[in-house]
Design a protein around this ligand. Structure first.
Ligand SMILES: *Cc1c(COP(=O)(O)O)cnc(C)c1O
Length: 466
């Protein structure tokens, strides 16, 4: 282990010194409202001052259990020691030259690492960007340059980012797209494999056929440059497709000269108990977009893929001023080293065992938990009205708020807003992980105080008194 004085001091405990949010956070929230555009929402109105291991410390001295990792970014822990050291060293040498003006080794080293670590042993090339959305946009540019075709297929419940083409690929209107059109053309949507909501007889191959049949009829493989999919969907609800779905889709793409793109921006870098989620389903994508967990919190994104596809774009056709910034590259190399040295892929699988075990036990006593799913440290519960599969976003919001008030950072997601998702850093201790789960168990056991308006009227008898 690399020693880090700051982290050693950061107590790995949930500590509540004030109400959540505390007075200093409330003051800062007021300043935020006066200075920051309203469009930037706030999941949890507490301002951070320090974070590491499995906790985030706020301005009021509260220490919160981190089940969010800044949306699956600080997978190796916040201010991970190797990342801190590598960033410090690089910042002192130079902070920017622009890789397109005078290149530097760090960028090449990151590309080499990505070519080696991503699924498939074919010849690969990589290119670096700043954000996930930018990587997604570039997968489409590259696929179009290679195939000389234009159409792109994305899936129900998909999330691919907030730039114009990425919004077009994203399924959900509110909050991502509403009022922001017109969107990029030649984007089509296919049905996803969603085992909890699909017909029970629909296995992965049947679900893939449902999608490819629609693509054949409505788009035509002759017009289709690429199919883009998250192997496990993120914002759309942590939807894990049925076995056989992704391989059948990839086979269809290969047979039809369509580029198969995996968006592993949320699932990549050990998050799911594999280095990349594609490995869990035995698929090798032609192109893979990565970001979030790639650099321990510094902004970096990448597209990696088959050399002949990646090299189809003309010289000067790809790039950007900051893409592959040297500080972010140093952080990425340190992050990848940390994943290997600390065996974090196996740690994610361990976290899966602990979380699924506990959540299934909570589910056994609570029929508002319709589904428990996920892989590695990417786990979710889908909440529904009692004895039905009707989504219950009201209860979901109430449960998330209750957990946050008790000092656990939890996020929600899902097309219907009814999924609680858990993305702890892989450096969280078993103790803190279990304490966070204790808080969730507590939240679910206090039923009457947590009824959504809909359930109070229609479904949940325990809510009638409200
Ligand atoms: C977060 C995310 C994106 C967008 O990444 P940004 O860095 O926010 O632009 C794209 N795809 C998936 C699957 C994501 O989770």
């Amino acid at each position: 282990m690399v020693e880090n004085a700051a982290m050693a001091e950061l107590e790995q405990r949930r500590i509540l010194k004030t109400a959540i949010p505390g007075p200093r956070s409330l003051e800062l929230m007021a300043r935020k409202a006066g200075a920051v555009a309203r469009g930037i929402g706030t999941t949890m109105p507490v301002f951070a001052v320090e974070a590491g291991g499995g906790v985030v410390v706020d301005v009021d001295g509260n220490s919160l259990i981190d089940f969010g990792s800044g949306i699956a970014v600080t997978t190796i822990g916040n201010s991970a020691p190797r990342v801190v050291a590598a960033v410090r060293d690089q910042v002192e040498l130079f902070t920017h030259t622009c890789f397109m003006i005078t290149p530097y080794e760090g960028y090449v080293a990151v590309a080499e690492q990505l070519n080696e670590l991503t699924p498939g042993d074919h010849e690969k090339r990589s290119v670096l960007f700043n954000s996930g959305a930018e990587a997604v946009e570039n997968t489409v540019k590259i696929a179009r340059a290679y195939t000389k075709k234009q159409a792109v297929v994305a899936f129900d419940h998909a999330y691919h980012g907030r730039t114009n083409l990425a919004m077009a690929l994203t399924a959900k209107n509110m909050p991502y797209k509403h009022g922001f059109g017109p969107f990029a053309p030649e984007v089509y949507r296919a049905p996803m494999s969603y085992p909890y909501r699909d017909d029970k007889l629909m296995d992965g191959e049947v679900a893939a056929h449902r999608a490819t049949d629609l693509i054949d009829k409505q788009v035509g493989a002759g017009n289709l440059a690429a199919v883009i999919i998250e192997p496990i969907q993120g914002e759309g609800g942590f939807v894990v497709p049925a076995d056989g779905f992704l391989p059948a889709l990839a086979d269809w793409c290969r047979a039809n000269e369509v580029v198969f793109i995996a968006d592993e921006i949320q699932t990549g870098f050990a998050r799911t108990g594999a280095m990349f989620a594609c490995e869990l389903f035995d698929v090798v994508p032609d192109l893979i977009a990565t970001a979030k967990g790639i650099a321990g919190g510094l902004p970096l994104a990448a597209v990696t893929g088959r050399a002949e596809i990646m090299n189809a774009a003309h010289v000067g056709g790809l790039g950007g001023t900051y893409g592959g910034n040297p500080v972010a590259c140093a952080a990425a190399l340190a992050a990848m080293e940390t994943i290997k040295a600390e065996n974090l892929v196996a740690r994610a699988a361990e976290i899966e065992r602990i979380m699924l075990g506990r959540l299934h036990r909570i589910q056994a006593e609570d029929n508002r938990i319709g589904d428990v799913r996920g892989r590695g440290a990417m786990i979710a519960v889908e909440l529904v009205h009692q004895d039905s599969t009707d989504p219950d976003p009201g209860f979901t919001t109430a449960a998330a708020t209750a957990a946050r008030e008790k000092g656990v950072i939890v996020l929600t997601c899902g097309t219907y807003g009814n999924v609680l998702r858990f993305l702890p850093p892989l450096t969280i201790s078993d103790e803190l992980l279990n304490e966070g789960l204790d808080v969730l168990a507590e939240v679910f056991s206090t039923k009457a105080s947590m009824c959504s308006p809909k359930s109070s009227q229609q479904h949940d008898p325990s809510c009638q008194r409200r």
